[in-house]
Design a protein around this ligand. Structure first.
Ligand SMILES: *[C@@H]1O[C@H](CO)[C@@H](O)[C@H](O)[C@H]1NC(C)=O
Length: 389
């Protein structure tokens, strides 16, 4: 109800200096005078100017889903504004958010769920819920969101749950990157799948670049194959084997230049689909005592490893069959493919070898099974022996 009034007040609030009249009434007046309001008023002004110079002000309530959002930031006692896409708070300060609704659910960075030192408090009031984070640190940077139902009397309103979210940067003059405990992080690059190098910054105004450790060079970021998301880090949309290696980010702001955790990028040829095996026995029926083999073949993409497993009738009787596997490149219709093969050899067939032979071929996307039947006939009546000819 009072949003409009507050938006009008907004530009002037930044210049207001809160007087400590009510607090510490017993202290000497001398201390009050010593407090330098000049330095306090100047800083917000500079911040404001910086933001106005930027094309996309990070703290502007006119951005994103601000209008009608159920989530607001409480700036000073009694003053609050709907949050924008991002909010910037100085590390050490208190973050206070309010979410409208009589029944509210919050979510906040996982770090705060694990690192519970009582800095985060959530309080319910009649028509809203309050999230209070005191003694904030750069590590608290992340997404804060809430979902709320408006319930009264006969029940909750139709239209269901409303949600609000914002990304809060806790700027720390000493920490341009959100601190992590890891000295280095392994990142798997998979064919056709985006990968994330989570070098998150604590200040949206930091200039971030991507670097390779060896040979030392800056990695070009074109915004298509690789792009930087100020809330996430670098996103590699089209992983290439050439990107593998040790990478890190550098953030610069003013005279400060910092290096992120190192990311060990490992390239993994990732299949587009589970394998499509075919299975074939050298004979469909065999006389007891004779040899035969069953071949399972997968024709697929290059550099994709395929793992074969077999199920066969003699398995439960401990028949020791042996398997030979091979992989080679082959050209089909002008295309270079990989032929992976597993051959199950059955020597001196016995009655227990009669039945179904199932081959399962597995790659990182899944497994596919195919079967064939082999019939074992009684030995030939005339004992022609095992001599070949
Ligand atoms: C916040 O910091 C102050 C000063 O260091 C400390 O006295 C207080 O206990 C802290 N509060 C919480 C909840 O950690």
């Amino acid at each position: 109800m009072d949003f409009k009034v507050l938006l009008i007040l907004l530009p002037s609030f930044l210049l207001i200096v809160e007087c400590d009249e009510k607090q510490k009434p017993g202290k000497t007046t001398g201390k009050k005078v010593v407090a330098s309001p000049k330095s306090i008023t100047k800083k917000p002004k500079q911040d404001l100017l910086k933001r106005q110079q930027k094309s996309r002000p990070p703290n502007s309530p006119s951005q994103g889903q601000a209008a009608g959002s159920i989530l607001s930031q409480v700036l000073q006692r009694g003053r609050f504004q709907p949050v924008g896409d991002t909010v910037t708070v100085k590390a050490g300060q208190t973050l206070e958010l309010r979410c409208k609704g009589t029944s509210v659910r919050w979510s906040y960075p996982r770090y705060l769920q694990e690192d519970d030192e009582g800095r985060l408090r959530i309080k319910r009031f009649g028509r809203y819920s309050q999230l209070l984070l005191v003694n904030s640190t750069a590590a608290d940077t992340g997404e804060y969101s809430c979902g709320g139902y408006q319930c009264e009397g006969d029940g909750c309103h139709d239209g269901g749950e409303k949600t609000g979210k914002t990304f809060v940067f806790f700027t720390d003059p000493q920490e341009l990157f959100v601190p992590t405990e890891d000295y280095y992080v392994a990142v798997q690059l998979r064919t056709r799948q985006p990968a994330l190098l989570p070098c998150q910054v604590t200040n949206p105004q930091a200039r971030v670049t991507l670097h390779r450790e060896f040979p030392p060079e800056q990695v070009p970021v074109d915004g298509v194959k690789i792009s930087f998301d100020v809330k996430k880090g670098y996103i590699i949309y089209q992983p290439q084997p050439s990107l593998a290696g040790s990478l890190y980010c550098i953030a610069e702001l003013g005279s400060l230049r910092q290096m992120s955790t190192k990311y060990m990028l490992l390239y993994l040829h990732y299949p587009s689909a589970p394998p499509k095996p075919s299975v074939e026995a050298s004979v469909s029926s065999v006389r007891a005592g004779d040899n035969f083999f069953v071949t399972c073949t997968v024709l697929g993409e290059l550099d994709i490893s395929v793992e074969f497993t077999w199920e066969y009738p003699g398995q439960q009787f401990g028949r020791p069959l042996y398997v030979r596997e091979s992989t080679e490149q082959t050209r089909r219709g002008g295309q270079l493919l990989q032929e992976s093969q597993s051959i199950l050899n059955v020597d001196e067939a016995r009655a227990v070898d009669d039945g179904t032979y199932t081959c399962s071929a597995q790659n990182l996307q899944g497994s596919t099974s195919v079967s064939t039947r082999v019939t074992v006939l009684p030995p030939a009546p005339s004992a022609s022996g095992r001599t070949q000819g």
